[in-house]
Design a protein around this ligand. Structure first.
Ligand SMILES: Nc1ncnc2c1ncn2[C@@H]1O[C@H](COP(=O)(O)OP(=O)(O)OP(=O)(O)O)[C@@H](O)[C@H]1O
Ligand SMILES: [Mg+2]
Length: 164
C-alpha cells in the first residue's frame, strides 16, 4: 500500500521530509528512490537539517558514499550507493553500526539481498512542471500500514491519494 503526495515545489518536498524526520527513531531505515535529479538528496538534506540544525551542511554523498550526522535523536547515516559495485561493500562503509541509528539511503536497490525488510520507501517522480514532483510513500514490514487505504504507517499521519 502506497500513498501519493503531490509536491508542487522544493518547499513542499522539504515539508514532507520534515514530517518524516519527526517520526524517526534509532533503528529506522528510509530508502529514497527515483531517477537522477528527482530530489532524493534534496529530501535527505531537509530531513537531516530538521534534526541536526538548519545550518548543517549536507553534501551529496555521491563520492564519499556515506556521510554521518550527530543529531538530537542520535546519528543519521546518509548513504548514496549509486557507485557501489557489490552489495557487501556496504559493510566496509559501516552498515552494521549504521543500523543502530537512523539510515537514509539513495539507490538502495544496490543492497540487493541485503535490503532490510522493515523500511519506509519515499519514491520521487518528476511532475508536470520543472519544480514539481510526486512522492509515493510505501511502508514495508513494520512500516506497512494497518489496512487498505491507509498511509504507509500509523506513525505517519499523512493524507494523500491511497494507491494499491
Ligand atoms: N519539488 C522539488 N523537490 C526536490 N528537488 C527539486 C524540486 N524542484 C526542483 N528541485 C531540484 O531538483 C534537483 C534535485 O537534485 P538532487 O541532487 O536532490 O537529486 P537526486 O535524486 O539526489 O539525484 P542523484 O540520483 O543524482 O543523487 C535539485 O537541483 C533541486 O533544487
Ligand atoms: Mg542524490
Amino acid at each position: 500500500m502506497s500513498i501519493l503526495l503531490p509536491l508542487p515545489d522544493e518547499t513542499a518536498t522539504a515539508a514532507l521530509a520534515e514530517e518524516v524526520a519527526a517520526v524517526l527513531a534509532p533503528g529506522d531505515l528510509v530508502t529514497l528512490s527515483g531517477d537522477l535529479g528527482a530530489g532524493k538528496t534534496a529530501f535527505a538534506r531537509a530531513l537531516i537539517r530538521h534534526l541536526a540544525g538548519a545550518d548543517q551542511e549536507v553534501p551529496s554523498p555521491t563520492f564519499t558514499l556515506v556521510q554521518v550526522y550527530d543529531t538530537a535523536v542520535g546519528p543519521i547515516w546518509h548513504f548514496d550507493l549509486y557507485r557501489l559495485t557489490a552489495a557487501d561493500e556496504v559493510l566496509e562503509l559501516g552498515w552494521d553500526e549504521a543500523r543502530q541509528g537512523i539510515i537514509l539511503v539513495e539507490w538502495a536497490d544496490r543492497l540487493g539481498p541485503m535490503m532490510p525488510s522493515d523500511r519506509l520507501d519515499v519514491a520521487l517522480d518528476f511532475g508536470a512542471t520543472p519544480d514539481s514532483r510526486v512522492a509515493r510513500l510505501t511502508g514495508f514490514g513494520t512500516w506497512a500500514g494497518p489496512g487498505d487505504g491507509d498511509a504507509p504507517s500509523a506513525r505517519l499521519a499523512l493524507s494523500g491519494d491511497a494507491q494499491a
